[in-house]
Design a protein around this ligand. Structure first.
Ligand code: PMP
Length: 349
């Protein structure tokens, strides 16, 4: 075999992404592209395609820093936050080190760990959703990953417990805030007291730019500089940089309006599910996790009715569940109609 030994334990990340009339499977912005970002792409000069982009997206770092209220040397960008997370995990570890990851959480983190010759250590969330700070710290891992709001459970992690992990961890702590725009709390204030905290964010969710791949992280200048080395040059393409700049400078009202609608629709969808005796987990993100008896089966029935959601099987303390992205109400209604129809089929069989 010519592959690396450690790569044999890696499965290709390949969820079912075949086209579906109503795709509620990836938590992107289902209202579309912010208008100024769309115009920036449409009107881009040919050199955005023919020439290399900027090395480390300096102008964009300035705009991201301004939006977050930090200095530009506290920002690192990447080709999606996937790239930033991968680079960060690599930057602060030696092959063979451990990366502590709550379970369940973002499925790519154990894969990035293995891709970098590291050992992912999965630490169950208490009662299925709560950060177990003692267990995370007990791993003594060189990198501790946390996700808040957490994917797929949707809840914010307890701020005091996150602060304790950041304070007591022996190495770097990554707090993934991909869904922070939909929540009413973040970990930014911890940056003042820790030079080993990296807060990772993305423009793929609230900002509607998933296809362009633009993610970033905030942290102490020396920390961010290491991630940038590990990441390498030219990772944010020129169209992504232009669109992200336009979105940050001019699409704030559009983003805020649709975040508010997502939050309202999330609560309305939760009510509709409860009326069907499904109790979704409390969510601070743009998706709901709804426990169901047989998630794989239900997801297949929904897909056959033109609705894609993400099934999770046998989650600790939760069991099977569907993760449903929240979008415009017509899409939520399409989901509910398909769900009612599919439930009818399950009941008859
Ligand atoms: N973190 C979390 C928690 C996510 O759910 C995702 C995407 N599903 C990402 C990071 C990666 O996002 P992107 O690479 O598009 O920035």
């Amino acid at each position: 075999m010519i592959s690396r030994d450690s790569y044999r334990q890696i499965d290709l990340y390949a969820p079912d992404r075949s086209p579906c009339a109503t795709d509620l499977s990836d938590n992107t912005n289902l209202w579309g592209v912010p208008p100024h970002a769309a115009r920036a792409v449409r009107e881009a000069h040919a050199s955005a395609v023919t020439r290399y982009p900027s090395l480390y997206a300096a102008e964009l770092k300035g705009a991201l820093a301004k939006a977050a209220g930090v200095s530009a040397d506290m920002v690192v960008t990447g080709c999606g936050s996937d790239d930033v997370l991968d680079s960060a995990i690599r930057a602060f570890t030696e092959p063979g080190d451990r990366v502590a990851v709550p379970h369940p959480s973002f499925a790519m983190i154990p894969i990035f760990a293995r891709m970098n010759g590291l050992e992912p250590v999965l630490v169950p969330l208490s009662n299925g959703t709560a950060l177990d700070a003692d267990a995370m710290l007990a791993t003594a891992a060189r990198v501790i990953y946390l996700c808040s709001p957490n994917n797929p459970t949707g809840n914010l992690l307890d701020a005091g417990e996150v602060a304790r992990v950041v304070r007591e961890a022996p190495g770097v702590v990554i707090v993934d805030e991909a869904y922070v725009d939909f929540a009413d709390a973040d970990a930014l204030d911890l940056l003042d007291s820790s030079d080993r905290l990296l807060i990772c964010r993305t423009m793929s969710k609230a900002y509607g730019l998933a296809g362009l791949r633009m993610g970033y992280a905030l942290g102490a200048p020396a920390l961010v500089a290491e991630v940038e080395k590990s990441r390498g040059p030219y990772k944010v393409n020129a169209l992504a940089e232009r669109a992200a700049l336009a979105a940050l400078r001019e699409d704030g009202p559009w983003v805020r309006e649709h975040v508010a609608e997502a939050v309202a629709n999330r609560e309305r969808l939760a009510d509709e599910l409860r009326a069907r005796e499904i109790e979704p987990l409390p969510s601070a993100a743009n998706f709901l996790l709804a426990p169901v008896p047989d998630a794989a089966d239900m997801a297949a029935l929904l897909r056959a009715r033109g609705v894609a959601v993400r099934p999770f099987v046998d989650l600790p303390a939760i069991g099977d569940a569907l993760r449903i992205s929240v979008g415009p109400w017509e899409m939520m209604q399409a989901f509910l109609d398909a769900f009612d129809d599919a439930s009818g089929e399950v009941a008859c069989s």
